[in-house]
Design a protein around this ligand. Structure first.
Ligand SMILES: [Zn+2]
Length: 504
């Protein structure tokens, strides 16, 4: 029984009501044709039975004519079925299902946007070709959905991760312990971790460090476990990040990371890798000792922390937040802001109120113009740290901020705490003060009245494409990395088959 093999036709987005009506007519037409053939009736005999011309029945079956209720009753009677059976919202068989779906597709806005010619849906279109065309369109729609879904998934994952990090005061005891044990194993005694000991850590874990000029630009490092090699871009040689790059690369091995199954896991692993590098370069015990003494003197300083361990300011600021709450009883916040005002990274457990989107994500939101992280851009002295107290709707916060260079222009990196804890920080006695009433738009989102009067009707700025950290990432095992390029790279650099065993 052909019309028992029924499938619900897929809804296709972007159809107008008129098109929907004609799709309904097409489904009814196909059901009539299918039942007629089952009954062994010709077009002509059905036409005769309902007292219509064969051309009218043909138009009816092809969905070119809206069937009237009276006509449907006659057809139902002639075919020995019911009107309900004729107007059921299901295609009678697979072929009809595909035909209807192709009609839907070709009338959709999504199809129009592809700029492709329409295919005539008729008996000359073979079953295979029809099935393939419909399959290809379905795939296009699926890819479109995925592409749109990724940033949303990324934002959600970011928001969840932040709440998790807040819960644990930005502290991972197990990574601290791994780093502690590894440093002891290679004979670290204190101070900045020498390049020599970084290589010793790699060797201890069974890896040689190789610098390559042609590392795929989408990868910051590649671990070749087959040949026991860590590949890093040549550009990091001699830079302050060279040790961090090696340690981040080795982190996946130390922490037992497996191929991430989703974006959230990828993000979590990246956080852990960076954490591990920080914990190696600014070892727990030595750091706590330094910071505790500084706190006693009410002289906690990110600059001093940075200089003691010879790391970048951002790494020191980040590492400070790992230890501050757990070991110094300080609630803190950290924020990295592009000069455009876009927030790139943020963390808080001192109740400072960051702007968020509907999913709770902070990245990509605009920072208040009155905050330290924005006012620091106006400072002409970029050598001295900038301190400021900011009154906000959720309380008064102290913050220290620095402007740093990045590949995408200047960024500010800031660390702060609430008013009551600011006295432990160097710069806690600053007289710099600002008031932020964000998210009240009158704070800094709406331009001052006189400025607006002067310019509103007399300018037309063009937006620069946004440098968005959580823009669409390539789909693949490792988000953002071109897997093929990495494999090709590994092939180019791997030792020949004969000598692989020596390297293991
Ligand atoms: Zn504001």
């Amino acid at each position: 029984m052909c019309h028992d093999v029924c499938m619900t036709t897929t809804q296709w987005s972007g159809l107008g009501t008129e098109d929907s009506a004609s799709i309904d007519a097409l489904i009814i037409g196909r059901r009539i044709r299918s039942i007629r053939k089952e009954r062994g009736m010709t077009l002509e005999s059905l036409a005769a039975a309902i007292e219509r011309a064969p051309s009218q029945v043909s138009a009816l079956e092809n969905g070119r004519r809206e069937p009237k209720v009276a006509t449907l009753r006659r057809v139902a009677t002639a075919l020995g079925t019911t009107v309900e059976e004729l107007i059921a919202d299901q295609a009678p068989d697979e072929r009809a299902q595909h035909e209807i779906e192709l009609e839907r597709i070709q009338r959709s806005i999504g199809f129009a946007s592809l700029g492709l010619p329409k295919v005539r849906v008729g008996p000359r279109l073979g079953d295979d070709a029809l099935a393939t065309i419909v399959g290809l369109y379905r795939k296009i729609e699926q890819l479109r959905d995925e592409r749109q879904a990724t940033p949303e998934e990324a934002r959600r994952a970011n928001a969840e991760l932040r709440s998790d990090m807040r819960e644990r005061s930005n502290h991972f005891a197990h990574i601290e312990q791994e780093a502690h044990d590894l440093l002891a194993a290679v004979g670290y005694t204190g101070g900045p971790l020498p390049q020599r000991l970084t290589a010793a850590v790699a060797e201890y874990l069974g890896f040689d460090i190789h610098y390559a000029a042609d590392l795929p630009s989408s990868a910051r490092s590649v671990l070749d476990e087959r040949n026991g090699r860590v590949y890093l871009p040549q550009s990091v040689i001699g830079s302050i990040d060279a040790r961090a790059a090696v340690l981040q690369a080795l982190a996946s091995k130390v922490l037992g990371h497996t191929e991430p199954t989703d974006y959230a896991q990828f993000l979590h692993q990246r956080i852990e890798s960076n954490y591990f590098a920080g914990a190696m370069l600014m070892p727990r015990d030595a750091s706590i000792e330094l910071l505790s003494v500084a706190k006693q003197h009410k002289d906690l300083s990110i600059e001093d922390f940075r200089d003691t361990f010879a790391v970048s300011y951002e790494m020191a600021a980040h590492r400070f937040t790992n230890l501050a709450t757990e070991f110094l009883d300080l609630p803190v916040h950290f924020v990295k802001v592009h000069e455009s005002g876009t927030i790139w990274k943020a963390y808080e457990n001192d109740d400072v109120c960051f702007p968020t989107d509907s999913m709770g994500a902070i990245e990509g939101q605009m920072c208040c113009r009155q905050w330290t992280s924005m006012l620091v851009f106006r400072e002409t002295d970029h050598f001295s740290p900038f301190y400021q107290y900011t009154d906000t709707p959720t309380g008064t916060f102290w913050c220290t901020s620095r402007v740093l260079a990045s590949a995408n222009g200047p960024v500010s990196v800031s660390v702060g705490t609430d008013f009551t804890h600011a006295r432990w920080m160097r710069g806690g006695n600053t007289s710099n003060r600002a008031v932020s009433t964000c998210p009240d738009e009158r704070c800094c989102r709406i331009p001052p009245h006189d400025l607006s009067e002067r310019w509103h009707d007399h300018c037309w700025p063009a937006a620069r494409p946004n440098v968005n950290l959580i823009a669409t990432l390539p789909q693949g095992a490792f988000p953002g990395v071109d897997t093929t390029a990495v494999y090709e790279f590994l092939d180019r650099h791997a030792p020949h088959d004969g000598d692989t065993d020596d390297q293991r």
